[in-house]
Design a protein. Structure first.
Length: 611
């Protein structure tokens, strides 16, 4: 067994956004940091515009992929396998488990979200939505008798939200995001006086403007309470027009690291001009401190405990030689502080494999996502479908409210890419016009020109409560080719969330009727995400928002980390990432995760001062 020759100040497991932020913050303060990343490194290729080996190679892989799934640009790696949306299926009727793909799923419902195990993490393919949580989201149990309260408040996190927004380079206008125009105090976000985002909001699409005009003054009723339907621009982690002297990461000295958003229509999974924020940009900053080392192809598999101090004394990992071979070297490394930043599933898997940090029996439990329900139809006129970023606006007025005592809240995402998500248009639908409707030549061109620009869809990101039975576990019979555990997942969508889906469908029907949208929504019983509520069927998709599994709390008996995001059981172990979040609410979680990580980095620096 080989060893590193020195003890690092901090060893970080995972080189996604949380690991990158942590490393940058610590490296800038002169701390010696080692990042262990299970996936492969980019070797500069992501920032190299060279045709043969650079960023274009990822673009070409995406363009030539038959299935344009989130991980399409990035090669599969059997030594650091990752879940794929094409692997999602219900457990077969003749056996209680589906082990097709990386996840082992016991259901009863499929967990439909994925992530990327590579340097840069899931920011390699995220959309870039950067929403803050609502103040009431931190007090769900106190206000509504549901879920859990956070051990911190919106006010506690607010300064860290500002730091995260500045770092990511969020494009938005604060006066719009206060939602003062929405007559629903539950969703009104407080901002510090005179605060604004670092860049101007991304221009709203023609579709957004069409909807805003058509829905002006519309209300829906839930439990006899009226709620307005207002279209609001979405804060996004992609480059808009900088405010003042702000410049996005990479724009100074190396413009290839990110141009201004030009409205390309494949933000998910890869922006052709790198206008979208990626954790690789933060990793570059970390490396430039001269104090941060990144070791890729390094899969952590065990955390060793000093039983006198209860500190994590060593991190054991397998450094595999290549993606083409299962050969590896077994290594160990020491750190005064150990930080797990491998995201919700991988963090939980490592903790369970090491039998650490689990005196509460909460490790792996309370896995959450946003079960995302789609509705789609044809607008009465052309609205410019398939143009621009994936989404530039949403309807946030049902993110909060008194109804959360009985059913899930939800945010409505307005999709700019027509029926690409629900029907695979145009790639999957044009062949149907040829093969099934026998259209060709002028008739085919006319059909496409008349219908496809009218295609429209909503996405409803529905809240899910923490449920200890929704969990990640491990099992000796399910391992990858390096002998490491595969995640075993137990998951169900409860009636609280299903009631939110039913309410969302009613809201969608009302909006479609008002706008004259011809509905084409069909929920098929053989779809993996098919569920029923009160006799009606719905279909959910994964949002890629993996939350929970090592919750933050104020009681060591019911949580895994404290408000400082330090393990209750091991004084030198910190966990960062969405796994710490006690509830998911209705906002895409990356911004909240980034804010929490900046806070955690501050706490780690304070702890290191005591060594």
């Amino acid at each position: 067994m080989t060893h590193h020759h020195k003890e690092y100040d901090v060893v970080i497991v995972g080189a996604g956004i949380a690991g990158a932020i942590m490393a940058k913050q610590l490296g800038e303060q002169g701390k010696q940091v080692l990042i262990l990343e299970a996936g492969t490194g980019t070797d500069g290729r992501f920032f190299d515009q060279g045709k043969e080996k650079g960023y274009e190679s990822y673009m070409e892989r995406f363009f030539t992929a038959m299935a344009k799934i989130p991980n399409a640009p990035y090669p599969n790696n059997p030594n650091a396998p990752q879940p794929l949306v094409t692997d999602i299926q219900k457990p077969p009727l003749d056996k209680p488990v589906s082990d097709h793909g990386y996840f082992v799923q016991y259901g009863p419902d499929p967990f439909a979200s994925t992530y990327t195990r590579s340097e840069g993490g899931t920011t390699l393919h995220w959309l870039g939505t950067c929403l803050r949580m609502l103040p009431e989201d931190f007090e769900l149990n106190t206000r509504f008798g549901r879920g859990r309260d956070w051990p911190i408040s919106y006010q506690d996190l607010q300064p860290w939200y500002e730091i995260a927004e500045q770092h990511i380079g969020v494009s938005a206008n604060a006066d719009v995001q206060t939602y003062q125009q929405i007559d629903n105090p539950s969703v009104q976000l407080p901002f510090e006086a005179n605060y604004d985002y670092p860049m101007e909001q991304i221009p709203q699409s023609f579709l957004d403007q069409y909807l805003a005009k058509g829905l002006q003054g519309m209300q829906v009723e839930i439990d006899n309470q009226p709620y307005p339907i207002d279209v609001v621009a979405t804060p996004q982690g992609r480059n808009g027009m900088p405010r003042g002297d702000y410049r996005p990461v990479g724009a100074v000295g190396n413009p290839d690291l990110g141009q201004r958003c030009a409205g390309n229509s494949n933000c998910v999974p890869i922006c052709p001009i790198q206008a979208k924020y990626s954790a690789l940009k933060t990793l570059e900053q970390a490396k430039n401190t001269g104090n941060v080392t990144i070791e890729t192809q390094a899969v952590a598999y065990n955390l060793e405990v000093d039983h006198k101090t209860q500190n994590i004394s060593k991190v054991h990992y397998k450094r595999y030689h290549s993606t083409q071979s299962a050969a590896y070297d077994d290594k160990t490394v020491k750190g005064k502080v150990v930080v797990l930043a491998a995201h919700a599933v991988e963090n939980a898997k490592l903790l369970l494999a090491s039998n650490v940090a689990n005196s509460s029996d909460q490790v792996g439990r309370n896995l959450m996502d946003h079960p995302t329900m789609l509705t789609w139809g044809l607008m009465p006129c052309k609205i410019g479908a398939f143009r621009g970023p994936g989404s530039t606006s949403g309807i946030p007025s049902l993110r909060g409210g008194a109804f959360r005592a009985e059913q899930a809240a939800f945010r409505i995402e307005i999709g700019n890419w027509g029926w690409s998500w629900p029907e695979g248009a145009p790639i999957a639908t044009v062949p149907e016009l040829i093969d099934e409707q026998n259209l060709f030549g002028p008739a085919l061109r006319h059909k496409i020109a008349e219908e496809y620009p009218r295609m429209f869809r909503f996405g409803f990101l529905v809240e899910q409560l923490p449920d200890p039975d929704n969990r990640v576990t491990i099992d000796d019979q399910y391992r990858d080719q390096l002998g490491n555990y595969r995640p075993v997942i137990h998951y169900k969508v409860t009636d609280y969330t299903r009631a939110g889906m039913a309410q969302a469908k009613e809201v969608s029907d009302a909006i479609f009727q008002r706008l004259g949208v011809e509905p084409f929504t069909k929920y098929k019983a053989n779809d993996p995400g098919y569920v029923q509520y009160q006799g009606k069927g719905y279909v959910y998709n994964g949002a890629g928002h993996l939350v929970g599994t090592h919750l933050m709390g104020d009681d060591p008996n019911t949580s895994v980390v404290n408000r400082e995001q330090r393990s209750w059981d091991h004084p030198n172990l910190y966990l960062v990432g969405c796994g710490n979040m006690p509830t998911i609410a209705t906002s895409n979680p990356t911004l909240t995760m980034a804010a929490l990580t900046f806070w955690a980095a501050d706490n780690v620096l304070n702890a290191l001062d005591q060594y």
